[in-house]
Write a protein that binds this ligand. Sequence first.
Ligand code: HEM
Length: 125
Amino acid sequence: MEHTIYDLVGGEPTIRHLVDVFYRRVEQDAELRVIFPDDLEEGKRWQFLFLVQFFGGPQHYAGERGHPRMKMRHMPFAINRRRRDLWLQYMLEAVDEVGIEEPMRTFMRSYFERASEHMINQDED
Ligand code: HEM
């Protein structure tokens, strides 16, 4: 057993659960839903593979998709502060619903807070 965040939270099933819970919230929020494509499945899969990789699991995202370049990949979507705050709220709720324990919880929270801030590409409308 390696001591990556990925292993410590329970590996693939936990990350899959996190992505499912997060997307369920996105689907139910009209304000956020508009910037996502009609079919959520592909994006969901990339998000799963990215988070597995980022938290120290298998590097399949890089293998299939190349360098993450997250800011650039988000440029087609209008991300203002309001939407970023909703995104973050749902992700933090998902972390708790899935039951991620400390200290991994704090690590994930800080990462999502910082990285989501960086994804803002529009002034408030
Ligand atoms: C910690 C911050 C974030 C991470 C780690 C993250 C991760 C990802 C990943 C891995 C993808 C798929 C990229 C690919 O095509 O390979 C993605 C797509 C996307 N993200 Fe994010 N994201 C973050 C923040 C945000 C925020 C703040 C928003 C909007 C408020 C957002 C909206 C989207 C949308 C609309 C897509 C496209 C989904 C699709 O094509 O189905 N993301 N994100």
